[in-house]
Structures are given as C-alpha cells and as structure tokens.
Ligand binder design. Structure first.
Ligand SMILES: C[S@@+](CC[C@H](N)C(=O)[O-])C[C@H]1O[C@@H](n2cnc3c(N)ncnc32)[C@H](O)[C@@H]1O
Length: 252
C-alpha cells in the first residue's frame, strides 16, 4: 500500500526537509489575502472584516480563535514569494504544479511563480455547482493556476476539459475552506502515475492526501495547525483505495 505522510508545522520550515526534485506533482490550496478592502482571509481560511470589527464566519474553532485573538493568523499568511522558491526546488523537472487561487490574486501568483522558474501551463476553472452571494455576479467558480517545471509534458488524458465540474459540498464542513477530494483526484490522475509522490504544503483538512490515498499516490501534507492535522489523520484512516489508474505521465 502507498504511504501517506502528514507533517504538522510551518511549511516554510518543513519544506526545507525535502531534497531537491523529490515530488512528481504539487497540488496545494494556500492561504491568501482576499482583497485590498477591510475583508481578509486568514491563514486558516477563516474570514475577518476589520470595518465591522467582528468575525464574519463564527465557526472558527477554539484553536483558531486563540491564534486570531493574538493576531497571529493575519500576520502569518505566508507571502507567495516565501514558499514558491521551495515548492519549485522540490518538484521534479517535467512535472506539474496546481495552485488554487482566486481571480484577484491570480496575476500576482503567476508573476511570482514565473519569477522563481515555473512556466505557465494553464488557467483552469473549478465550477462548484453552487454559488455564493456577490454584488457583481454570483460567485460559482474558483481558479487553478497550472504550472510546470522544465520541459512540457502532456496530461494523461489530453481530451480532458479545462473546467472541473465537481460539486462543492454544502453544510457542516470539517475545515472552513474544505474542498472536495474529487476535485484533486482529477488533477492527480492527469499529472501523475500510481505510486508517484504528491505534495500539498497547505493541507487544511487533508482533502489532497485523501485523494492521493484513494488513487494510490504517495501524498505528503504539511499543515500549521495540529487540529487540522488530526482531522486529516482521522480522515485517512476512513479512506479506502477505490480508484486505480496509471498513466504515462513523467515516464522517461
Ligand atoms: C485554504 S486552507 C486548505 C484547505 C484544504 N484544501 C482542504 O480542503 O481542507 C489553507 C491551510 O493552510 C494552513 N496554513 C497557513 N499557513 C501555513 C503555514 N505557514 N504552513 C503550513 N500550513 C499553513 C492553514 O492552517 C489552512 O488549513
């Protein structure tokens, strides 16, 4: 059985433990600023609104609340330029990186990724099949910046769409910015083979390592908050391998 690894701590420190060109694919969903207004997405994915000086999301858990009270959450959002060089270093040549992002931050992320050596590969969309209120059109999509290191490699199914049609579960979530594992499975099977190593350096509730286990890839997750690491550990115990697909990706 292919192993799954969870490392609890700061990605900026823990990434340094990996040798150069260790991973066959990077898939990650990092924290980032929501905008230039008073509204911010914090490092744990919770949302704060300075103007109204209250938490818009009330379900931040106790650990997070303690960090929020001391102001650590907002201060600790890692900048793209802090982690992109390390993520680039640990990725093998000829392999892909997928980074979840919103429209406002897409351009900055792309520019900074190209600065460390990544090549732009595609601008992918997740169509969530549910919408959140927005004064300027309802929000029903998220963006995914697809990058590569080195020479071009095709995905396993070249007929695949650049839109992922995956339902976003509504209701109680195990992590405040939880994404469906199915979304990540679709990226995994396009850009890796069975047994390949996949890195998620901002793991949250573990959706990406869950998708790795399901598809027999070796997932490595880094997550700052012990509570989230524990959630991911439990989820992995309940996850079964249910989808075996190889491919030709990255085979010399
Ligand atoms: C957007 S969430 C990831 C959600 C995840 N994709 C899921 O479906 O559950 C980003 C995560 O990055 C974590 N994080 C923030 N700063 C970090 C850091 N410096 N090192 C590691 N993890 C960090 C947060 O605690 C949060 O759980």
């Amino acid at each position: 059985m292919v192993e799954q690894v969870i490392k609890c701590g700061d990605a900026l420190t823990l990434l340094k433990e990996y040798p150069d060109e260790y991973f066959d694919c990077i898939i990650t969903d990092p924290p980032y600023k929501l905008g230039t207004s008073s509204v911010k997405v914090n490092a744990d994915g919770t949302i704060s609104d300075k103007k109204r000086s209250r938490w818009v999301k009330k379900n931040a858990d106790e650990d997070n609340q303690a960090l929020i009270k001391t102001g650590q959450m907002i201060q600790n959002i890692p900048k793209f330029e802090d982690w992109l060089p390390e993520v680039y270093r640990v990725l093998k040549k000829g392999c892909h990186a997928y980074i979840m992002i919103n429209g406002r931050n897409f351009a900055e992320l792309q520019i900074k990724a190209e600065k460390v050596g990544f090549k732009f590969q595609n601008d992918l969309t997740w169509l969530k099949q549910n919408s959140t209120p927005n004064k300027f059109y309802m929000k029903s999509t998220e963006r995914i910046l697809m990058l590569r290191k080195g020479k071009e490699r095709y995905i396993n199914d070249m007929g695949a769409s650049d839109v992922f049609y995956v339902k976003n579960p509504v209701g109680k979530k195990i992590h405040i910015t939880e994404k469906p594992a199915e979304l990540f499975r679709q990226m995994i099977v396009q850009s890796t083979n069975i047994g390949d190593k996949v890195l998620d350096c901002f793991g949250g509730g573990g959706a990406i390592v869950v998708a790795c286990k399901e598809t027999s890839r070796e997932g490595h997750m880094i997550e700052l908050l012990p509570k989230n690491c524990e959630i991911a550990r439990k989820r992995l115990l309940e996850t079964e391998i249910d989808y075996i697909q190889g491919g030709l990706f990255c085979q010399e």
